[in-house]
Every structure is written in C-alpha cells, then in structure tokens.
Design a protein around this ligand. Structure first.
Ligand code: ADP
Length: 293
C-alpha cells in the first residue's frame, strides 16, 4: 500500500508566439487544461504500476476539483481521503509557453489546506501503509507531521524535495529516502551546511536522479551510479514524478534499493517518450516488455 500525501493541481497551459508584456494583450495559439500537481502525478505513476494507492490531499469545491478527483478515481486511486475545501480554489498552475520561454504562476489554493491537523486525522491511513510518498507542494509543517507519524508506526517514507526549499534537520533525520534531482541535491546540501561528516548521514538517504544519466546513490560513503534506460526523449516533464511513483511501488514490493532504482529508471525513461507529465507513465502491462519482474 502506497499513500501519497501531496498536491493536486490543474495545469492551465496557454501557448503563444509572444509572452505579453505588462499591460499588453496578445493572441494565443492554443489552450489545454491538464491534470497535474506533483502529488497527483506520483500517485498516478504508482497506480498505473498496479499498486494500491491512496491520496491524502485537498481540492476546492469547484469544477476543477471535481474533474481532478474523478480523474484520479478513474486511475484506480483511492480518493476517499481527498478533502473538499469551501471558498478556496483548487490548486492551479497557469503556464504560458512560447518558443523561447515559459512563465508560470502557481496558486496552491486548496493544497494549503493539507495542514498538520488534517494529516493527524488520517493517522490510521498512515499506519496501514507500507510507504508514504511526499513532495514539497504542501507545507513543510504538514510534511514533518506526516513523517513523524510514519516514523512512530514504523512506516517508511520517501520525500521528493521538490520544489526545493531549505529543510529543517529534524525532517532530514526522520525521513528514510530523499529523491532530489542533481540541481535540488546541490541546493539541499548548501542549505544544510555543516561538515562533510555531518552531511554524510543525509547523503546515505539520497537517491539523486540525473535525467538521461540515471541515478546516483551513496553506500557507505561511496557513490554508486545506476545508468538510465535508453530512450528517445520527447518531453521530460514529469520524469521525476514517474520515477518517484515507481520507486515507491518497488520498495513496497520489497525490492532492494539498487534494484528499485533500476525499476524506477525504466519507468522514468518510458514516461519521457510521450508529451505531458502523466501521458507517458506506463501501466504494469506495458512495462512487462521492458522490465522483467
Ligand atoms: P526531474 O524531472 O525531477 O528533474 P530527472 O530529470 O532527474 O528528474 O529524471 C528523473 C528520472 O527519469 C531519471 O533518473 C531517469 O530515470 C528518468 N529520465 C529522465 N530523463 C530521461 C531521459 N532523457 N532518458 C532516460 N531516462 C530519463
């Protein structure tokens, strides 16, 4: 059982030749609303691989919220614990894409209502999980509460520290696995500071994703590289989310860490062969052609 505690967003993607300057109105080329949010993406990745996935999250009492919960239910995710918050919008990311640049506004909305109190109310869901999967699109306080409760009940936790921010040492002490990409890892360790020796214990928890180069882990202070699965990349959006969802499933199934990374590398790679974060995420059936269980 995998429990994902995190964000649900609707990504509102506008494509235009020219990003408007302040005060300017321009014509766009196309508009798409696409289910997103790192929490939801990772839950979908795990569910497609056949895992029993529950989401603890929040949406607004609006049409996006309804659509997104329906979408997650259709993906086979248990959505009973997704709360509906009155007078707040569902989380959105307004994304303007031009050939040269992207600009994005994220409005967390209901995601800010996944408070430590909400997490506490779901303690029995945490107890009944094999793995808790978290990101940083809900408040750090809520992440800390979730990890605290998981630790209390001997449930393992994965924290995907994205979007990266400074994290308290107490959180890094408690969490079992950290899954930064290379850029996030550099910022994470810069923000912790301290001696190499002090950092070493946190590094041992890290599974650093390196895009087309695969993954790096630390074992007894030594770096171990686990190469990626070679594919023709079309769109790398959501690669990290696919990787994290798959990693949670692999650890849940009892794979050792290196084998779990190999499995997640294959899932991450397949996900980048299609446009969109969730579109390319493979089902268990599709994966059988690429990875032998
Ligand atoms: P993020 O999306 O968080 O920046 P990465 O870019 O590191 O994360 O990608 C996560 C994982 O997805 C990688 O470790 C790898 O397994 C897989 N992946 C990403 N891009 C590629 C690629 N071009 N080819 C093969 N695998 C990839």
């Amino acid at each position: 059982k995998v429990t994902v505690i995190g964000s649900i967003n609707m990504d509102l993607v506008t494509s235009t030749n020219q990003i408007p300057k302040v005060g300017e109105t321009v014509l766009g080329n196309s508009f798409h609303s696409i289910p997103g949010g790192k929490g939801a993406n990772q839950a979908v990745a795990a569910a497609r691989l056949g895992a029993d996935v529950t989401m603890i999250a929040a949406v607004g009492n609006d049409s996006f919220g309804k659509t997104l919960v329906e979408h997650l239910t259709n993906e086979g995710i248990n959505t009973e614990n997704i709360i509906k918050v009155k007078d707040t919008s569902t989380g959105i990311a307004s994304i303007i894409v031009s050939e040269a640049d992207n600009s994005i506004i994220v409005v967390p909305g209901a995601n800010n209502h996944v408070t430590p109190e909400v997490i506490e109310k779901h303690e029995n869901k945490i107890i009944n999980s094999d793995i808790i999967l978290l990101q940083l699109e809900i408040s750090v306080e809520s992440v800390i509460k979730a990890v605290e409760l998981a630790k209390k009940h001997g449930v393992r936790t994965i924290l995907n520290p994205a979007p990266i921010q400074k994290l308290p040492k107490e959180l890094l002490e408690m969490v079992d696995y950290l899954t930064p990409n290379e850029h996030e890892q550099a910022l994470l360790f810069d923000s912790i500071g301290g001696t190499e020796e002090e950092l070493a214990k946190y590094k041992e928890k890290c599974i650093v994703t390196k895009g087309s180069k695969g993954v790096m882990i630390y074992k007894n202070g030594e770096k171990i590289e686990i190469p990626s699965f070679q594919v023709e990349a079309v769109d790398t959006t959501g690669a990290g989310d696919s990787f994290n969802g798959a990693l949670a499933v692999a650890l849940c199934d009892g794979l050792e860490i290196e084998e779990a990374c190999r499995f997640a590398n294959v899932v991450g790679a397949i996900s980048v062969t299609k446009l969109g974060a969730q579109t390319g995420m493979p089902t268990k059936k599709k994966l059988k052609n690429f990875y032998k269980y």
